[in-house]
Design a protein around this ligand. Structure first.
Ligand SMILES: [Zn+2]
Ligand SMILES: [Zn+2]
Ligand SMILES: [Zn+2]
Ligand SMILES: [Zn+2]
Length: 340
């Protein structure tokens, strides 16, 4: 993640709220789009970067957000992407919601940096992206209403329980996943959104060549088969994860997830380690992946020293590298005529 600079020259990290050195209020100014410090003068708060008078996003009242707007009493641009929030009478739900919003903000800022939908051209208007964070509940007849995490027509639904680390780790072990994180969920689901809103319109032919034709494979049958018989033994030759073998849609979403992981590592490495990796849409993606893999090997060793998981557990076969290069190319794709 990119960092910012406090008025005292201290570095500001994504989740910081107060400067540990000068105690300034820190946050994201949505006017100048920077991670910055704010100065309080006579009941007024001013952004130290663009000097605009700043007002907290109304979700700061719940400790959810770190953004400041030019007008009072408003949600920030990032919080406005959430359509449904959990009931606010349970402190535990608010904590979980806060983790969701933080991961969502991380995701959206990254997409904006990369120029991937919803920020490309008029995609945002034609194919709006929204989030809802819901809890399992019971209806009026006493029937359990389970929330399924997924994407449909631009709406990403995430079960609030996923923000609970015990629940997530239990599922991770049960499903044999190498890692299961909130940001990973966000990146996977937005992969479905990019598939639906962008990839199928601008590069359908190449998509079919790499991932297969999603319309030719019945999704529910594919899911049944996957959970009954598991992935093929040689799945890693062609796919980035075992789950990706289930259906072309899941293959695409899993690939987007790993593409965004790789780009996040590269961005952080530029911000913190002074690397000068070219992250633009025109960059040679294979070179970039090689540079990131060097970082991954090194940081994974630190992680393993402490008994943590490797930084990026996925194996990237030549076929997977082709798929990742395709996701990279989508960033510079031109808008095609809408598919009839
Ligand atoms: Zn400071
Ligand atoms: Zn500003
Ligand atoms: Zn906000
Ligand atoms: Zn999926």
């Amino acid at each position: 993640m990119k960092t910012g600079t406090c008025r005292c020259d201290n570095r500001i990290f994504f989740d910081n709220h107060t400067c540990v050195s000068c105690e300034a209020s820190l946050g994201r100014c949505t006017v100048c789009d920077s991670l910055t410090s704010f100065t309080q003068r006579k009941n007024r708060l001013r952004c130290d970067t663009c000097e605009v008078q700043a007002y907290p996003c109304i979700n700061q009242e719940h400790g959810i957000c770190q953004c400041y707007n030019a007008k009072p009493g408003q949600l920030c641009v990032w919080c406005a992407y959430t359509r449904v929030i959990p009931p606010l009478d349970q402190p535990e739900s608010i904590q979980r919601w806060s983790r969701m919003e933080s991961a969502k903000r991380r995701l959206l800022l990254q997409l904006k940096d990369l120029g991937l939908p919803p920020f490309v051209g008029d995609t945002a208007e034609e194919y709006p992206l929204l989030f809802e964070f819901r809890e399992d509940s019971v209806d009026e007849n006493g029937n359990p209403q389970k929330v399924i995490t997924g994407h449909q027509n631009g709406l990403i639904t995430i079960n609030l329980k996923e923000a609970d680390s015990v629940h997530r780790e239990t599922l991770r072990v049960q499903l044999g996943e190498p890692q299961r994180t909130l940001i990973g969920h966000m990146r996977h689901e937005v992969g479905h959104y990019i598939d639906w809103s962008w990839a199928m319109r601008v590069a359908k032919g190449r998509y079919h060549e790499l991932f297969g034709d999603p319309d030719a494979i019945d999704y529910s049958e594919a899911m049944k088969r996957h959970y009954e018989s598991g992935p093929p033994a040689d799945w890693a030759d062609q796919h980035v994860s075992a789950y990706a073998t289930m259906h072309p849609w899941e293959d695409f979403a899993e690939t987007v997830n790993v593409y965004l992981d790789i780009m996040a590592i590269a961005t952080t490495s530029n911000a913190l380690a002074g690397k000068k990796l070219d992250l633009s849409a025109d960059a040679d993606h294979r070179k970039l992946v090689q540079a990131v893999l060097k970082i991954v090997i090194e940081v994974s060793e630190y992680n393993l020293d402490l008994g943590l998981l490797p930084l990026l557990p996925e194996q990237l076969s030549p076929a997977v590298l082709d798929k990742l290069a395709f996701i990279h190319e989508l960033r510079s794709a031109k808008k095609a005529e809408p598919v009839a």
